[in-house]
Ligand binder design. Structure first.
Ligand code: NIG
Ligand code: FE
Length: 432
């Protein structure tokens, strides 16, 4: 039986082409008033004047939105959701002047999470991830990309990807798995007798074939950054990843400009992510490519770095921008996607329409899902969020607050309402 969402003050459809919106195309998001949304069998059936839909779907179950705002479910295209313990001690260390890369050089940072994850079983990692992903979903997110990358051995990377596979099977939100074996060079490959080249060979010759054989990831990603993976190493690993049948993504120009954005464009990566330090040449390269520029303003906020990504320059050049949380234990331990919209408007200089487009249609494009999710339009997946606001401009405005009342992914409750029975409240605590 169809379901009808009625009495919303606005329905923000973001309807339009099923591809990333570029440059000035990001300025418009369709906002309907007096409209209802019908969905059934996981698919949006119709969006339009409430009176008409009530007639057309007479007998449908109706859900009263109570004057809230409906949007496409938010698409978080960049998270590192599989990890063990939090790394709160690093926040204070950075405050005392020790930089992110210096912490990594001392064997902390990503290495700390790797040491921890390797001690944990699949069941333990699953139990830790469930409430974390529930918290992400509780803020209006219905599609979540989740990366491996804290294993850095064949066994521990595959373990992480199997946890993601199980989350995708058991949780109501859409989960897109990404293999990030190239998140760092593990410490045991940094000193004789082992070499970094041996670790890269392990990724290419053992990890990638196993990931592909098990259909354990849709994308491969790499931390291409001075002090981590070089441009040449990134090219080798990403080329092999593509040959193994995976889409490709890069952590690009996060802290220093190194030509990573240019490499992403040259290789036809689905997305280049971070870009806080992208050069003018990198901006032009992205604008002329099909690669989505994914900006992660929570990371720069949390690291206390003064310079956010040049979002306006990217948009003016004609690039497609997506927003994401970068949810991870080191640089962005936030589950609050609407807060990223606040940062987008208040720090990156985006309009509300550009921010919402970046968090929906363009997030979906950054995951190769633009013809399936990110719009409230007929034939799209019924991925919808209901917020306790009267105008979409309030979504970035009430910053830090969680206004998400309910959400649905493929028509199934992800958060709130009838989801409550199967989907524990996000304040239920976690097993750490
Ligand atoms: O996106 N830059 C690399 N990866 C993560 C941080 C990972 C960590 O510090 O644990 C990021 O910022
Ligand atoms: Fe990241």
């Amino acid at each position: 039986m169809p379901t009808l969402l009625v009495n919303a003050s606005q329905v923000v459809t973001v309807a339009g082409p099923s591809r990333a919106r570029r440059g000035h195309e990001m300025r418009t998001m369709e906002v309907l008033t007096g409209a209802a949304v019908a969905f059934g069998d996981g698919i949006i059936l119709g969006v339009g004047p409430q009176d008409e839909l009530l007639k057309r779907y007479a007998g449908a179950e109706t859900i009263d939105c109570g004057g809230g705002v409906l949007t496409p479910g938010l698409v978080d295209s960049h998270t590192h959701g599989i990890f063990g313990k939090p790394r709160h001690e690093e926040q204070e260390l950075r405050a005392s002047g020790v930089g992110y890369m210096e912490i990594a050089k001392r064997g902390g940072g990503i290495h700390g999470s790797v040491r921890d994850l390797r001690t944990r079983s699949e069941d333990q990692l699953f139990a830790l991830a469930v409430p974390r992903l529930q918290r992400l979903a509780a803020h209006g997110t219905t599609t979540i990309e989740v990366k491996s990358g804290y294993g850095l051995s064949v066994e521990d990377e595959l373990k992480s990807l199997r946890v993601i596979q199980r989350l995708a099977a058991e949780l109501p939100m859409r989960i897109v798995p990404t293999f990030l074996g190239a998140h760092e060079i593990p410490l045991e490959y940094r000193a004789a007798p082992r070499t970094r080249d041996e670790y890269i060979a392990l990724i290419i010759n053992e990890m990638l074939p196993a990931v592909a054989a098990g259909s354990l990831a849709r994308f491969a990603d790499i931390f291409c950054e001075p002090g981590v993976y070089t441009l040449d190493e990134s090219r080798r690993i990403l080329t092999a990843s593509r040959a193994a049948g995976l889409g490709i993504k890069l952590h690009a120009d996060e802290l220093e400009p190194s030509g990573a954005a240019e490499l992403a464009a040259e290789l036809g990566a689905t997305s280049a992510d971070h870009l806080a330090a992208v050069s003018d040449v990198g901006i032009r390269a992205l604008a002329e490519s099909g690669t989505v520029a994914t900006l992660l303003p929570g990371t720069m906020l949390f690291l206390g770095r003064p310079k956010q990504a040049p979002a306006r320059a990217l948009i003016e050049a004609g690039a497609a921008i997506a927003l994401a949380t970068d949810f991870n234990p080191g640089t962005s331990p936030t589950v609050n996607f609407p807060l990223m919209l606040t940062l987008a408007v208040s720090q990156l200089g985006l309009s509300v329409a550009e921010s919402v487009t970046a968090a929906t249609v363009n997030g979906a494009a950054a995951l190769g899902l633009a013809n399936e999710s990110g719009q409230i339009a007929p034939r799209f997946s019924a991925d919808i969020a209901l917020f306790d606001i009267g105008d979409i401009r309030e979504l970035p405005y009430w910053y830090g607050d969680n206004r998400c009342l309910r959400s649905w992914c493929r028509g199934i409750a992800c958060h709130g309402g009838d989801g409550d029975g199967t989907f524990p409240s996000p304040s239920a605590g976690h097993p750490l």
